[in-house]
Design a protein around this ligand. Structure first.
Ligand SMILES: C[S@@+](CC[C@H](N)C(=O)[O-])C[C@H]1O[C@@H](n2cnc3c(N)ncnc32)[C@H](O)[C@@H]1O
Length: 207
């Protein structure tokens, strides 16, 4: 096998030619229009695969900074014959703010992100950064939703407070079984360890 073949991205890996130009809708899933869901920090892709299988009429884009995990998402989706999944290797904050088309996503998911437990790292928590919340709101369509889950009690409280203060979102109820929502890999592990999982469901509002 030639080196160029060894490093050839999987068909489902999104590989933007120009990282300094915002993508157009067609660049991700082709010209056919379908609702778009974006999973930030998609890990090994268990959530993406289950969601894409359950909602074949929607498109799912996973963003993940670790190449091995991106490749795993692609492998498992290709094996499952899914055509409605793409994976992008990138810092999710860069992708959300600079690369993805504004107003293109119906839902954005941020599931079990790093809670940065040390005090000196608290400012790295995504949900505590107003500019991050603003860029997620910009990525969403009007009426789109931003869903967040964590097992970390303190991070949940910080995220809830930030969401309540944020002018771009209303906090909605999210009762269990409200709608199909696949379990993530980390969620399964934390549940097995007896950890309490909490979630926020935020509706983009016009400002
Ligand atoms: C704790 S894991 C959760 C994975 C998955 N969401 C789940 O619930 O199973 C966090 C994931 O986010 C990725 N990640 C962390 N910070 C990121 C960033 N700034 N941009 C993209 N991916 C990131 C990590 O590599 C890791 O795969």
């Amino acid at each position: 096998m030639k080196n160029s073949e060894k490093f050839k991205p999987f068909d489902l890996e999104l590989y933007p030619e120009n990282l300094f130009r915002r993508l157009a809708g067609d660049d991700m899933f082709g010209p056919a229009r379908a609702p778009l869901e974006v999973d930030l920090g998609s890990g090994d892709g268990r959530f993406l695969q289950a969601m894409a299988e359950h909602f074949p009429q929607r498109n799912f884009l996973g963003i993940e900074r670790l190449l091995g995990r991106v490749r795993k998402v692609c492998r498992r989706s290709e094996r499952a014959g899914l055509v409605n999944v793409r994976a992008l290797r990138m810092e999710s904050t860069y992708a959300v703010e600079w690369l993805l088309p504004r107003g293109s996503a119906d839902r954005v998911h941020l599931l079990f992100p790093d809670p940065w437990p040390k005090k000196k790292h608290h400012k790295r928590r995504l949900m505590a950064q107003p500019e991050f919340l603003k860029s997620v709101a910009d990525l969403l369509k009007e009426g789109g939703e931003f869903l967040f889950k964590t097992d970390h009690e303190e991070y949940f409280e910080v995220a809830r407070e930030a969401a309540e203060l944020c002018p771009y979102f209303d906090v909605l109820d999210w009762p269990e079984q409200a709608f199909f929502y696949a379990e993530t890999d980390f969620e399964r592990q934390w549940k097995e360890a007896g950890r309490r999982i909490q979630g926020l469901r935020l509706l983009k509002v016009s400002t």
